[in-house]
Design a protein. Structure first.
Length: 425
């Protein structure tokens, strides 16, 4: 069946009605006018939009549904559930685009936020000294118009475009046309069901996370929600940040969210090794590649490290993705021996088959009220940069703190395999 424009509208009716309802409820609070409502899409800058978009369709079950093309630029949009990815490539020489790809490689360029009043949003950002890369402009076609602006981030080439599309009735965005997928062989394969983006994480160099946190608070009114402590060989207690560490890696991370709790962002940075007593604050770097520092080295600066896909059946999703060729981080048997022992003394009831969890190498974190299941892919680029998380929540709002050590150890084994883990010289 052809992917005609009317078909796409029908497929999206449920999402459109839900979005309209969500927007109407959010508009009731005039005090929050202009603040980010939700993630509209994620845009990647890539060398080949056609091939990149198809790779995500093959591996993660997305479907190509829209495209925009002219003599210089090509953009292809794909979707799965509420998630929309746009892959943009430049067909002719563009200095900024070439510079971006040379520095970062194929990577996330823009995480777009919906807003109910873009003028108010940009005015707020200007007043507070934010970076307005592109002021408000109107893009229109026969289905209406969309207002958009682009906001920069401090010490990071990732941007946040702001979209005000409440009056637009087209199937996606102005200037996009339906993508003809009538002959797509992927239609004969079982669909992978993803709900939405649970969260995404941006990595920063040392001492740049705090300015980014301040920026999100000032410009978008984001607030911190994830505060706890983790200890292995290195531990620094802090009132407002969390530090994780393994034998070779140390990471500081804070999770922030918008006022509606619909956008969750992790801000992370590597930390120096802590030496001496707390009263003698002394830090030093070891000559090794940290978990986050490896990303920063190969990405050549800050950027989106991973995006988490929220699903409702991680066991089935993992089986599907593995069958399609997705490579996940390997978790050792010892993790599951310890997990089984901890579950035996916990009131939480695991609904999934434990042996299946172990077989698929799924991680689990829990408290007395619920649990989450999560998996992490290996990097999806030639550079060890961007990767994805698959996450299922069962009455659990945490983010897998209990799995950080296991994840670090597994990642370090991958670094050793790649030859990017260097010990103290």
């Amino acid at each position: 069946m052809k992917c005609a424009r009317t078909t796409l509208r029908n497929d999206n009716d449920g999402c459109s009605k839900q979005r309209d309802w969500e927007n109407s409820k959010m508009l009731e609070s005039t005090a929050l006018i202009g603040l980010p409502l939700s993630i509209h899409h994620v845009e990647f800058y890539v060398s080949n939009a056609l091939q990149s978009s198809y790779w995500y369709c093959v591996n993660f079950g997305f479907q190509q549904f829209a495209k925009k093309e002219d003599a210089q630029w090509s953009s292809i949009a794909i979707r799965n559930g509420k998630i929309v990815f746009i892959f943009t490539a430049c067909k002719e020489q563009d200095e900024d685009f070439v510079k971006y790809l040379t520095i970062h490689g194929d990577s996330v360029r823009d995480v777009s936020f919906l807003t109910n009043d873009i003028n108010a949003a940009v005015e707020r950002i200007v007043e507070k000294g934010g970076f307005v890369v592109k002021p408000v402009e109107v893009v229109a076609d026969e289905d209406g118009f969309v207002k958009l602006a682009v906001i920069g981030l401090p010490e990071c080439d990732v941007r946040h475009s702001l979209l005000d599309s409440k009056t637009y009735r087209g199937f996606f965005l102005p200037e996009y046309e339906p993508y003809d997928c009538s002959s797509n062989i992927l239609k004969s394969i079982e669909e992978i069901s993803i709900i939405s983006i649970d969260h995404f994480v941006i990595n920063y160099p040392v001492d740049f996370m705090q300015p980014a946190l301040h920026y999100y608070h000032q410009m978008f009114d984001f607030e911190e929600i994830w505060l706890f402590f983790f200890q292995t060989k290195i531990f620094v207690r802090s009132s407002d940040e969390t530090i994780f560490s393994s034998s070779h890696s140390a990471m500081k991370i804070v999770l922030i969210t918008n006022k509606y709790k619909t956008i969750q962002i992790g801000l992370a940075e590597p930390v120096p090794r802590f030496v001496g007593m707390r009263s003698q604050i002394q830090f030093r770097f070891l000559k090794l590649t940290f978990y986050i520092k490896e990303f920063l080295d190969y990405n050549r600066g800050s950027g989106v490290q991973h995006i988490a896909f929220l699903v409702d059946d991680i066991v089935h999703t993992a089986e599907q993705m593995k069958q399609r060729g997705v490579k996940f981080i390997a978790i050792p048997d010892e993790y599951y021996t310890d997990l089984e022992a901890r579950l035996a003394t916990s009131p939480v009831k695991l609904l999934e088959n434990f042996e299946k969890i172990k077989q698929l190498r799924i991680l689990m974190d829990f408290d007395d009220h619920g649990y989450l299941l999560q998996m992490f892919t290996q990097p999806v680029q030639d550079r060890p940069t961007l990767f994805f998380e698959v996450i299922q929540r069962n009455n659990y709002s945490g983010f897998g703190a209990g799995n950080i050590k296991a994840l670090f150890n597994a990642v370090e084994k991958e670094q050793e395999r790649r030859g990017t883990l260097h010990h103290n010289l």
